[in-house]
Design a protein around this ligand. Structure first.
Ligand SMILES: Cc1cc2nc3c(=O)[nH]c(=O)nc-3n(C[C@H](O)[C@H](O)[C@H](O)COP(=O)(O)OP(=O)(O)OC[C@H]3O[C@@H](n4cnc5c(N)ncnc54)[C@H](O)[C@@H]3O)c2cc1C
Length: 597
């Protein structure tokens, strides 16, 4: 395709900063090998911070070596940013929690030939180590930042200043700004540092990445909705972001056509986005298997708006039930049915159960006997992704807290305030659907081969076969793992790794190098089942038993630590931490924010 010119504009200069000064400094800095510099910063900051580990773990030399190794890994993977003290303090401090879980609770007992235990008593014994790890992380973050600043002062910038070229020779367009799309853009930005001959554009229908693992907490009123969404414009530095809905792809002219904005420019004003490489990362939507009544009646559970609607619906039902004198009607209003016993269904059932019981105190006319949270699942047991013992634990725990289960039961239809099941009927005004999902319906318009779910078939390098320059990843792609020959599951964990391989392969193709195939070993799975309880199944490569299974408070702490560390952006991390802290001391918020009556 042709060459696209992009004039240097005011924003480019603003983002990249003054060129000449940093370029001069960088040329001085070139004399110091980059890896050596980051390793040195990591060794020094890890060594100083390991004082906290030595004090809490009691393994003197080992604590020092551990502290240094983690310091080096952190310094290499977290690129220096100028005076980002708070950012590093939070990120490395939060990292202390999963490190505590993996090293103090799991690895150290295993290395001492003991099985890890997570009884309340054991957890109490591990508590000083938790404090030690968090302090170590916080110290590591601050000291590393200080050393990065000192190194920059004496040796110049760590990485080459980004010098914008005026002529774009290749244009990579990414459709979808979820986990897969955003990580692809991030990886491309990193790998194209200093090379402006390739342009990156990301198109998404919302202007933020939704952190779906925390969506159930929004539905359960634990987290503020915007706190789990990261703005794409601010996170991506050199990628051109377009908020728009993809309406069509003109494969012949290599153009993406966006839906026109009728309100401002008329339906005909469709924007055309040219591409040389096009990435489909459009995710998935709820699938009602052709049951149109259900589609009209049920609440989806995929987007931020879905979670906001569900939260408001629960409050609306409480308000109506509070003034309802007919006990049958009151019971129907306070019956919440969740379809699907996978991760999303279990997490939302647990969150709604906590929420509903938590706000009962605000409704003096209602009692817990009026409440029904029912999970309907077509198979014999919930959480088929986890082992049977963990699924049984999850079910028993939830039952003891008031959730009922209708297993081996299908939802067939819904009407007149009732849900029809394969073995009966439930009077309810609220059904949340998590029982099926399907790759983005937009893919139907594309003349490519798909699997039976409708996901785009790709080859081992994540390319659409027979269509050079077209790629697909994430939930909308059917990907076979190159090493195991197994289909990759539609999870964020896989989408993120696929994006990294994809970014490499696109650049390899542009530069005429061979591409690599996709392989990833799942790290495991974590599922929150309600109040301070989770189930975890982790694949630990160094353990004799490859899979570690545990549940309860420790798994829940690990869940929070890992996902807080993974949530993009310091500001979001702080907001979520504050929400979690507020939740410890105050009742859940029952203010209605939208009308869902
Ligand atoms: C409630 C819930 C909890 C989950 N928890 C976990 C978890 O704990 N761990 C885990 O690994 N996975 C989890 N997942 C799965 C995970 O969210 C998905 O696998 C992941 O989001 C897939 O990433 P993606 O980029 O392919 O799709 P998405 O993240 O869905 O992104 C697709 C993007 O494309 C946009 N888009 C779609 N159509 C168009 C269009 N026509 N024009 C413009 N933009 C469009 C969408 O708005 C969206 O932003 C969870 C999912 C849900 C729903």
């Amino acid at each position: 395709m042709g060459t696209f010119s992009r004039p240097l504009n005011h924003t480019d200069v603003g983002i990249l900063g003054p060129r000449s000064n940093s370029a001069r400094k960088y040329s001085r800095g070139k004399s110091i090998n980059l890896v050596f510099r980051r390793c040195s910063v990591g060794i020094l900051s890890g060594a100083v911070a390991s004082i906290a580990l030595t004090a809490s773990l009691r393994y003197g030399l080992w604590s020092l070596l551990l502290g240094i190794s983690i310091g080096v890994a952190y310094s290499i993977t977290a690129p220096p940013g100028r005076r980002a003290y708070a950012d590093n303090l939070m990120a490395a401090g939060a990292l202390g929690i999963p490190l505590w879980g993996l090293i103090s609770v799991v690895a150290i007992p295993l290395l001492s030939r003991q099985m890890p235990e997570w009884s309340a008593e054991q957890m109490r014994q591990h508590f000083p180590a938790l404090v030690g790890w968090v302090v170590y992380g916080a110290l590591l973050g601050i000291i590393k930042q200080g050393m990065d600043d000192i190194a920059e002062h004496f040796f110049g910038a760590d990485s080459p200043p980004e010098t914008p070229a005026v002529s774009i020779k290749k244009r990579i367009v990414i459709l979808g700004g979820g986990f897969a799309g955003m990580r692809t853009a991030e990886c491309l930005e990193r790998r194209l540092r200093g090379d402006f001959s390739t342009g990156i554009t990301l198109v998404n229908e919302t202007n933020a990445l939704l952190f779906t693992p925390m969506l159930a907490e929004v539905a359960g009123s634990s987290l503020e909705p915007s706190h789990i969404s990261t703005p794409l414009r601010t996170t991506l530095r050199r990628t051109e972001f377009i908020r728009g809905v993809v309406a069509e792809v003109d494969l012949g002219r290599r153009l993406v056509i966006l839906r026109g904005d009728e309100a401002t420019s008329g339906a005909s004003a469709r924007r055309h986005v040219p591409y040389d490489h096009l990435v489909f990362a459009l995710g998935s939507t709820s699938n009602y298997l052709g049951m149109t009544n259900l589609e009209k009646f049920a609440f989806n559970f995929k987007t931020l708006l879905d979670a906001i609607r569900i939260r408001n619906r629960v409050i609306e039902m409480f308000e109506r039930a509070d003034r309802e004198s007919d006990p049958n009607l009151r019971s129907a209003l306070l019956t919440f049915v969740i379809a699907g016993g996978g991760f999303a269904g279990v997490e939302v059932a647990g969150a709604l159960n906590d929420f509903a019981h938590g706000i009962l105190a605000d409704y003096p006319n209602l009692s817990s006997h009026d409440l029904n949270i029912i999970l309907v699942h077509s198979r014999e047991r919930i959480l088929p992704e986890l082992s049977e013992s963990l699924a049984t634990f999850a079910q028993e725990k939830m039952q003891s807290r008031g959730v009922s289960f209708r297993l081996s039961t299908r939802i067939l239809d819904a009407h007149h305030g009732a849900v029809l099941l394969s073995d009966g009927k439930i009077q309810t005004r609220t059904l949340v659907w998590t029982a099926g999902s399907t790759p983005s319906p937009f893919l139907k318009s594309l003349p490519f081969e798909k699997d039976r779910r409708g996901a785009l078939l790709v080859d081992g390098s994540l390319a659409v076969p027979g269509h050079p320059g077209l790629w697909a990843i994430g939930d909308c792609a059917a990907i076979i793992d190159a090493a195991t020959g197994q289909p990759c599951p539609p999870t964020a964990q896989f989408a993120l790794r696929e994006a990294e391989v994809l970014a490499d392969n696109i650049l390899a193709q542009i530069r005429g190098r061979p591409s690599r195939t996709f392989h990833f070993n799942s790290l495991g799975a974590l599922c929150v089942v309600g109040h301070q309880t989770a189930c975890a199944e982790l694949n630990v490569p160094f353990a004799r038993r490859k899979t570690l299974r545990f549940s309860g408070l420790f798994a829940w702490l690990l869940w929070r630590g890992i996902y807080l560390a993974k949530l993009p952006g310091l500001e979001r991390k702080i907001r979520v931490l504050m929400d979690w802290t507020i939740e410890l001391f105050f009742p859940r918020d029952i203010v209605q924010t939208i009308d869902v009556s």
